[in-house]
Design a protein around this ligand. Sequence first.
Ligand code: PRT
Length: 105
Amino acid sequence: MDDIFKQLEVILEQRKEASSESSYVSSLYKKGVDEILKKIGEESAEVIMAAKDGVDSKIIYEVADLWFHTLVLLRHKNIEVDKIEQELSRRFGLSGLEEKANRNQ
Ligand SMILES: N=c1c2ncn([C@@H]3O[C@H](COP(=O)(O)OP(=O)(O)OP(=O)(O)O)[C@@H](O)[C@H]3O)c2ncn1[C@@H]1O[C@H](COP(=O)(O)O)[C@@H](O)[C@H]1O
């Protein structure tokens, strides 16, 4: 699962050098962080509307759009996906869930 995030991370880094005419991501970088944040806002609203509609396929589609644009933001800020994984792992450990999960294995 996290493999796709890592693969996308590589492509999103490469897009910093690409021409904006051929690449959506490159054009977003060129428009600047406010445009990336705007997309995240729009995609968040679309996730909410999809969840209200209650159609699973729409929710999946919109969450993919939201996660994708969040990955673009992270790459723009040079924050690695690993850092998010580490933060979630830290919280998992803090909550004692890790211990419980290990006990149930
Ligand atoms: N996963 C995605 C991805 N998900 C969503 N999008 C784009 O994000 C935009 C979402 O915007 P909206 O939901 O508002 O939909 P829209 O109305 O069609 O788009 P707009 O006209 O509003 O921009 C669309 O233009 C989608 O094409 C993506 N664009 C690219 N990728 C990945 O990023 C890689 C690099 O993309 P390029 O930079 O385009 O080569 C690709 O190989 C893909 O793997």
